[in-house]
Design a protein around this ligand. Structure first.
Ligand code: ADP
Length: 358
């Protein structure tokens, strides 16, 4: 459109020099005729004619110059118009592409929402399945465990030492199975955010001594150097969930004993170095001189179901859930959990518990 209007304009254009030439000649002829008619003498005649013709010629050149400037301006303008037109076309193309992408995105968003809903219902089904099966398993497993226990204690009659060995293996396996079932239940609680905490003022030293006492026999049977080192001064009561903190401690001590060879060293510390700091806390440390953790596995230790290859080699069963649950419990108490370890040289797990709950 713009291009054709421009060319039409160009076609109608008259060369200003020709136009002004015609006018100059017409005016000069008229002037000569007038001067001749008036009867002006030759000298005056030339004197009048020269400046007029010069004026007309200068004006002609000036007009030509202005017209050339105009031409250049319109050429520039039409160039700009062309560029803008190209830009407008590019913009329209991009706009179309964008609206196509927007449509695709909308479709994908819809698909993702559907997939998400499907995943959520699968997650709920999985959670329900774990919850139902683990609840169902717990009761018969406890019955089996107590049957083994009664047989071992000879409540149901005398057993030979060979029978006792087998019964002990059965008892230990059932105990491990109960622990795995409990871990699965706990993970289900964490992930469904169903864990309920009962924060009570608790004497941490007494709680720790109680848990450590439970591990005396397993520690002795591995001939471990098993120690608890506590602070000299009494500590204030901590507002914690004693059942959950016992679970954390049990998991750390159980791992320390499990993942070290006979005659190793397992030391449990309760430290009060930080009780007088701004955000006062106590620190619990469980250190062992066992198999340790390879640096390649460091980042995965607190992931659910993760078990390091060196741990699987010496203990084939285990859920890989204990540390995942323990870290969650500590963080819900406002504390932190971390570890240091070197493969073959032992591991040290730490956690803190704040003195005051905010
Ligand atoms: P589980 O003991 O059932 O495998 P955990 O969640 O308690 O599960 O531990 C996860 C993994 O962390 C273990 O399988 C083991 O590889 C590693 N681990 C934990 N504690 C220790 C430890 N004291 N020494 C060496 N490895 C450990």
């Amino acid at each position: 459109m713009i291009e054709s209007a421009d060319s039409r304009l160009k076609n109608r254009e008259v060369n200003p020099l020709i136009f002004w030439g015609i006018i100059t000649v017409a005016l000069a002829v008229s002037l000569v005729l007038i001067l001749n008619a008036v009867g002006v003498s030759g000298g005056v005649y030339v004197l009048l004619l020269i400046p007029i013709v010069a004026y007309l010629a200068i004006m002609g050149f000036f007009l030509m110059y202005v017209s050339r400037l105009n031409k250049e301006r319109s050429k520039l303008l039409s160039g700009r118009i062309e560029v803008e037109q190209g830009r407008a076309e590019e913009f329209a193309r991009l706009n179309k592409e964008l609206s196509d992408y927007a449509k695709q995105l909308f479709d994908k968003d819809f698909e993702l929402t559907l997939a998400n809903k499907r995943l959520q219902s699968l997650e709920q089904a999985k959670s329900k399945f774990i919850s139902v099966t683990t609840h169902q398993l717990r009761t018969p497993l406890s019955a089996i465990k107590w049957t083994f226990h009664m047989l071992l204690k000879e409540n149901l009659g005398k057993v030979t030492s060979e029978q006792k060995d087998f019964l002990q293996k059965g008892y230990d396996s059932t105990q491990r199975m109960i622990a795995i079932v409990n871990d699965l239940l706990n993970v289900d609680f964490i992930e469904a955010d169903k864990s309920d905490y009962n924060f009570l003022p608790t004497k941490i030293v007494e709680l720790m001594e109680g848990v450590i006492f439970e591990f005396k026999i397993p520690a002795e049977s591995k001939k471990l150097d098993f120690k608890f080192i506590k602070p000299q001064n009494p500590l204030p009561d901590l507002k914690i969930d004693p059942v959950k903190i016992s679970m954390v401690l049990e998991n750390l001590i159980d791992n320390a004993i499990k993942y070290c060879p006979d005659k190793s060293k397992v030391t449990i510390y309760l430290k009060d170095d930080r009780i007088n700091t701004a955000d006062g806390s106590v620190e619990v440390v469980v250190a062992d001189t066992g198999i340790g953790i390879a640096s390649a596995d460091r980042d995965k230790i607190f992931h659910r179901f993760f078990r390091a290859p060196n741990a699987i080699k010496i203990k084939t069963d285990g859920s890989g859930l204990g540390l995942y649950i323990a870290k969650d419990i500590i963080e819900r108490h406002g504390g932190q959990m971390w570890f240091e370890s070197k493969e073959g040289a032992g591991s040290t797990f730490h956690f803190t518990l704040p003195l005051a709950r905010h």
